[in-house]
Write a protein that binds this ligand. Structure first.
Ligand SMILES: NC(=O)c1ccc[n+]([C@@H]2O[C@H](COP(=O)([O-])OP(=O)(O)OC[C@H]3O[C@@H](n4cnc5c(N)ncnc54)[C@H](OP(=O)(O)O)[C@@H]3O)[C@@H](O)[C@H]2O)c1
Length: 216
């Protein structure tokens, strides 16, 4: 099992997952593009994660988490150094949210239905092993969420079976049931779940739910 996690992007998702990985015994580096943010990040991670540039973080991580704003994701991969990502599992938390307001509670995306942000990222870093995860649940529920003993489902997809096994082990640890939606094109279905998840939030300030796939 990989023990070093590099997290590219230091917003609330990057910070939450950094603290989650620390809690589960991983060595964590969180990467920021903003040098003035280092002090704040040290405080937000109780000085238990190291802080680096995107490039230092990609080099450090045996597994890399991508947690940038969707519009900045491709640029962040390039800043991290594509060669530093080759052969690594990349947990892609990002969503292609456009810089435009929601329409009646429905987020706008800069991708269309027959493509996805993760496909663009996989094409940008073809030798990295992208796995979509954590994209369709609020950050407050990303680490061992308590839904009265019921595990939420985390929908994942990606082209590399080994990388998906690695992410499944992490998601087991973080308290999720995993539903594998196939190759990278599965992101065309998973990324829009964020739109659905956010509607009750925007319309009635209800942000405390999670998805579960029922099977028989
Ligand atoms: N918030 C949630 O609950 C949630 C839930 C599921 C999925 N997501 C997805 O997870 C990702 C991260 O979300 P977030 O809410 O943590 O924060 P965010 O505001 O979407 O952005 C996070 C980070 O993106 C980087 N960034 C922003 N603009 C950039 C630019 N022009 N160039 C390079 N980097 C840039 C910044 O890194 P630095 O400040 O470190 O430089 C920033 O901290 C998003 O794609 C979001 O859709 C969010």
């Amino acid at each position: 099992m990989s023990s070093k996690i590099g997290i590219i992007g230091s917003g609330i998702v990057g910070q939450t997952l950094a603290n989650g990985f620390v809690k589960h015994g991983y060595a964590v580096m969180i990467g920021t593009n903003t040098p003035g943010k280092r002090e704040e990040l040290t405080s937000k991670t109780n000085a238990k994660a190291s802080i680096g540039s995107f490039e230092e973080t990609a080099t450090f991580g045996e597994v890399v988490v991508l947690a940038t704003k969707g519009t900045a994701a491709e640029a962040a991969l390039k800043a991290a150094g594509i060669a530093n990502l080759n052969g690594k599992t990349i947990i892609d938390t990002t969503n292609p949210i456009a810089d435009a307001p929601p329409v009646n509670g429905v987020l706008q995306y800069f991708t269309s239905q027959n493509e996805s942000l993760m496909e663009r990222l996989q094409a940008t870093a073809p030798d990295a092993h992208f796995v979509k995860a954590f994209s369709c649940i609020g950050n407050a529920f990303m680490v061992n969420p308590d839904f009265g003993g019921v595990k939420p489902t985390m929908f994942i997809c990606g082209n590399d079976d080994g990388a998906k096994r690695e992410v499944k082990n992490i998601l087991d640890l973080f308290g999720f049931e995993v539903a594998d939606m196939g190759g990278v094109q599965g992101a065309r279905a998973i990324e829009p779940l964020c739109i659905l998840w956010c509607i009750p939030g925007f319309l009635s300030n209800s942000w405390t739910h999670a998805f579960r796939l029922l099977k028989k």
